[in-house]
Design a protein around this ligand. Structure first.
Ligand SMILES: *Cc1c(COP(=O)(O)O)cnc(C)c1O
Length: 401
């Protein structure tokens, strides 16, 4: 608490720091976040906010988790950087742990620093493994904003000004099997899907569509890539969201929760794909950084220690409490999601409610699409904190539209 108090007492030169930033990310007012504790963020005035976003889905253990903090401190004092051309003990331990928590058929991992980079790796590896260039993605998808990943991301607002992007990318309607059947052909390297579209509005894939995607890939020699960047590591109540559907993807893209909030990403894939890679096929200077790997080991060990099951229980409680509190209101079209990825689909724009939640109730939430209020709390959230969030949402959403 002392640290938090000291930080809160510090003067922050808000305008001078902000004036040098690119401004491409819209800001939420002038709030300066300076500390965190469990599921709470603390601003420069000492005000505490219940963070139902985990800092955009990354701080799955909340803030200041003792296991994560100790691991980072220990590694920082020993070796904080190491080139990829040397072996490194922490990286080796992390990889062993990562492969132990992914399904048995996924045996190799390329380490990078973000979700978009994990997707870029998946695109390159799929091209190498198949000798093809085509990618089929879904409308409403979000796969990141590097020039590679952006070609797969659907939102025209993000894409239009940067076209032409990668060639041979097509988008089918999510959950439309006929369109998928038409799109996947002998030129298709990969079908890339989120099994629950998070950013696009919290839409779950239909089991039949996802099974068809896998079957079509197998039949036509394409690879199935599942983007687990937002849904991985217990977010949906399982280690990975494709496990709700018994899928066997050839490649998965990981990031957000991988390092418990420390920046890292990974492209995890099969031994067969490994056979087609060559030295120099891909690389990333910071990928597999020892600090990131130490954070990753810590995060994975806490997930393994019952947190995935806890997320499933907490998600059920949150969903049921929301249904009871606001589910029957006119303004609410539907409450959907899995585990601790929940979307409240409204009959009106979501953004004004996010502002009220923050300013009047000190609760942080996210949008998804234009009408969905998205909740992505840390997996460590307590029952009391769930109740607080639901009370605030009930007080914020109107009784009528
Ligand atoms: C956040 C996200 C990405 C992009 O990750 P970055 O780390 O921002 O590059 C990709 N896919 C999904 C599903 C995401 O939620």
């Amino acid at each position: 608490m002392d640290m938090v108090q000291t930080l809160a007492d510090t003067e922050f030169a808000v305008s001078s720091t902000h004036s040098y930033e690119s401004g491409v990310v819209p800001r939420r007012g002038e709030t300066v976040m300076v500390a965190g504790e469990g599921c709470w963020m603390i601003d420069s005035e000492g005000r505490r906010y219940l963070d139902m976003t985990s800092s955009q889905g990354v701080a799955m253990l909340g803030y200041g988790h003792p296991v994560l903090t100790a691991a980072l401190q220990e590694q920082a004092g020993r070796l904080h950087a190491c080139p990829n051309f040397f072996h490194n003990d922490t990286r080796a331990s992390f990889l062993e742990k990562l492969i132990s928590v992914t399904p048995d058929h996924l045996t190799r991992a390329f380490l990078g620093n973000s979700g978009a980079e994990a997707i870029d790796g998946a695109i390159k590896f799929a091209r190498l493994a198949t000798g093809r260039t085509g990618i089929v993605a879904a409308r409403n998808s979000f796969h990141g904003r590097t020039v590679g990943a952006l070609a797969l991301t659907w939102n025209p607002r993000y894409r239009r000004k940067f076209e032409p992007l990668l060639p041979d990318v097509s988008h089918v309607h999510f959950n439309n099997i006929e369109q998928l059947d038409e799109a996947v052909d002998e030129g298709t390297a990969a079908v890339v899907l989120e099994v629950i579209q998070a950013e696009g509005g919290v839409h779950e894939g239909a089991a039949g569509f996802l099974a068809a995607a896998q079957a079509l890939c197998r039949e036509r020699g394409a690879l199935l890539v599942v983007d687990e960047v937002q849904t991985g590591f217990g977010r949906t109540g399982r280690w990975f969201s494709f496990q709700h559907y018994d899928l066997e993807p050839d490649i998965i893209a990981l990031a957000k929760g991988l390092g418990g909030g420390f920046p890292m990403g990974a492209t995890v894939y099969t031994e067969q794909i490994q056979d087609s890679l060559f030295s120099g096929a891909h690389g990333s200077t910071f990928g597999g950084n020892p600090l990131a790997c130490a954070a990753g080991i810590a995060a994975l060990s806490v997930y393994q220690d019952g947190l995935i099951e806890q997320a499933e229980r907490a998600g059920k409680r949150l969903w049921e409490a929301l249904e009871a509190a606001v589910g029957s209101r006119r303004v609410v079209r539907e409450i959907r999601g899995k585990g601790l990825l929940i979307g409240i689909d409204l009959r009106t724009k979501a953004v004004p409610f996010l502002k009220t939640l923050m300013e009047e109730h000190s609760v942080l939430a996210l949008p998804a699409g234009s009408t969905v209020l998205r909740l992505l709390p840390p997996l460590t959230i307590s029952d009391e904190e769930i109740d607080l969030a639901v009370e605030a949402i009930a007080a914020t959403l109107p009784d009528s539209v």
